[in-house]
Design a protein around this ligand. Structure first.
Ligand SMILES: Cc1cc2nc3c(=O)[nH]c(=O)nc-3n(C[C@H](O)[C@H](O)[C@H](O)COP(=O)(O)OP(=O)(O)OC[C@H]3O[C@@H](n4cnc5c(N)ncnc54)[C@H](O)[C@@H]3O)c2cc1C
Length: 490
């Protein structure tokens, strides 16, 4: 296993269920002793569990995008909003991943404390709960009132397969802890004799004999290791290094667009034009607002999730963050145009046409990739952004005690690009696709095309970012991929 993040922890646990199989989990970062409180995102400049990439969001607008870089991965540092992709989202996946086909895996993942029935799981590793009614903070409660006053229907269960509305978000929270997959899947498996976890070790590339995987080249990142390189032998390799790093490992292994590889003097193992190309994410405009009084301040608590409710349509999502980002992220000075110090309503586009590209500038694994999101490039996406901002305006106008600068973007008004950020939901940088799809990097069983013994089973493989946050879908994909890897490598 390459990468011990959201997906990697699931695969490591599921594959080591079989005592006859030796599983080595190689993680570039550390193994944190204690998880961060739910309301704190340990992403600031001094974080030892996250790293950040400089990216271009759209022409003329750059940003630093964080990713988890320790055991637990991005799922150990994220907002803990754990909602599934909608049934309609799976119409954009290969047929083997229909909404009916994936439902048992979504159920297998979760222990839903609020809802039962055929769409919900009762005894999975990840505890899922919602904060509703009086238990929610003042920001959440008053936002929900405003949304209903602005005409939004109530949606008490966002995993029920409905069309959207305003309601509590499912959270992967167990007691007062974030139920990351490190906690929910890996911790119970840690004592196994057949599971080895090697931290502070970065995989540079996959090693092949002909078209068959024989291992990985790793770089020892410990102080004692002095960056020593070593080849670790393995007959099966599963890439779970996340949507930024999995395509980098593929490219350094000679799997990617042949012209790009040749330009970097990387020998071509297989020409896969889709590696790093056509990824998707959710642009987010963070609209600043303020309350007239301090009555909402009780919402700011490290024990409270940063997002307790949201309002969805199939196209966009309104996110009433419970605290200013500067309070949740230590050392953060600015995000989305410098509004980190105050409250912001996130206005995220959940179904975009624009896609991005990720490419290497060097075969050196310490050089970060060049990432261009290409946000808001199409007329469809700009129209969606204008409609979403209009809807946000209506909710803000109905929100009692709230002040904000008018943000209507309809008509000829330019979009307020100074508010543009990203939801950090990158998917599809090494995407899954059916036979005949030239951009497909992996097949319907997550196996990399044209080689033997190599799989991609993380957010990179998701064909297109779902119209909800991706975390629950990444974990579902990892659950199912473990079955494929198990049967294909038996
Ligand atoms: C700040 C933030 C907030 C988010 N909030 C939410 C949210 O509230 N809800 C939601 O649905 N989604 C959210 N997301 C997205 C979600 O967390 C991710 O989609 C998901 O965690 C991705 O899982 P993954 O397994 O693909 O990658 P990751 O969890 O990122 O794991 C990748 C792992 O691989 C390791 N690695 C990388 N390269 C190498 C290498 N070469 N060798 C060895 N190891 C390597 C990394 O250190 C990391 O541990 C958020 C993401 C971020 C960054």
């Amino acid at each position: 296993m390459v990468g011990g993040g959201s997906a990697g922890c699931v695969l490591a646990a599921r594959l080591s269920d079989d005592p006859a199989r030796h599983v080595l989990l190689v993680e570039a970062g550390e193994d944190p002793a204690t998880p961060a409180p739910i309301g704190r995102l340990p992403l600031g400049p001094t974080s030892t569990v996250a790293t950040s990439y400089e990216v271009e969001l759209t022409e003329g607008r750059s940003a630093f995008v964080p990713r988890g870089s320790a055991v637990g991965g991005s799922g150990a540092v994220n907002g803990a909003y754990f909602v599934r992709a909608t049934d309609a989202d799976f119409a954009r996946w290969p047929a083997a991943w229909s909404a009916d086909a994936v439902l048992p895996y979504f159920r297998r993942v979760e222990r839903d404390l609020d809802f039962t029935g055929p769409r919900h799981g009762a005894d999975g590793p990840v505890t899922v709960r919602r904060v509703a009614g009086d238990a929610a903070g003042a920001v959440t409660r008053s936002f929900a009132d405003a949304a209903r006053a602005a005409g939004w229907p109530a949606e008490p269960d966002k995993n029920a397969g409905g069309a959207g509305g305003v309601g509590p978000v499912p959270l992967n929270v167990d007691g007062d802890r974030r139920a990351s997959t490190a906690h929910a899947y890996l911790d119970p498996a840690r004592g196994r004799a057949n599971l080895e976890i090697r931290t502070h070790t970065r995989v540079d590339r996959v090693v092949f004999r002909g078209d068959t995987v024989v291992g990985v080249d790793v770089v020892d990142g410990t102080e004692a290791g002095h960056g020593a390189r070593q080849t670790v032998r393995a007959s099966t390799v599963v890439l779970c290094a996340g949507a930024f790093e999995t395509p980098c490992v593929l490219l350094r292994s000679g799997l990617g667009p042949a012209d790009e590889l040749t330009a970097l003097s990387i020998p071509v193992t297989n020409d896969l034009p889709g590696v790093g190309r056509g990824f998707t994410d959710h642009p987010e405009l963070l609209v600043p607002y303020a309350f007239d009084t301090g009555a909402h301040a009780e919402s700011f608590s490290p024990a409270r999730a940063l997002l307790e409710a949201c309002a969805n349509t199939p196209e966009f999502e309104l996110r009433p963050y419970t605290a200013p980002f500067a309070r949740s992220i230590e050392g953060l000075e600015s995000i989305g145009g410098g509004v980190a110090a105050g409250l912001g309503l996130g206005v995220a586009l959940m179904r975009t046409d624009s896609t991005g590209t990720l490419a290497l500038d060097s075969a050196d694994p310490t050089v970060p990739p060049r990432v261009r999101y290409g946000y808001l490039r199409t007329a469809h996406d700009r129209a969606c952004a204008a409609a979403a901002l209009d809807a946000a305006h209506d909710v803000l106008a109905a929100w009692r005690g709230v002040r904000f600068d008018p943000i209507r973007a309809g008509g000829a008004a330019p979009l307020p690009l100074e508010l543009l950020g990203t939801s950090q939901h990158m998917c599809g940088s090494a995407r899954m696709g059916g036979v005949g799809d030239p951009g497909a990097v992996v097949d319907e069983r997550c196996a990399v095309r044209g080689v033997r013994g190599l799989f991609v089973a993380d957010a990179s493989a998701i064909p297109v970012a779902p119209s909800r946050g991706p975390h629950a879908t990444v974990v579902m994909l990892a659950e199912r991929a473990a079955e494929f890897v198990s049967s294909l490598s038996a």
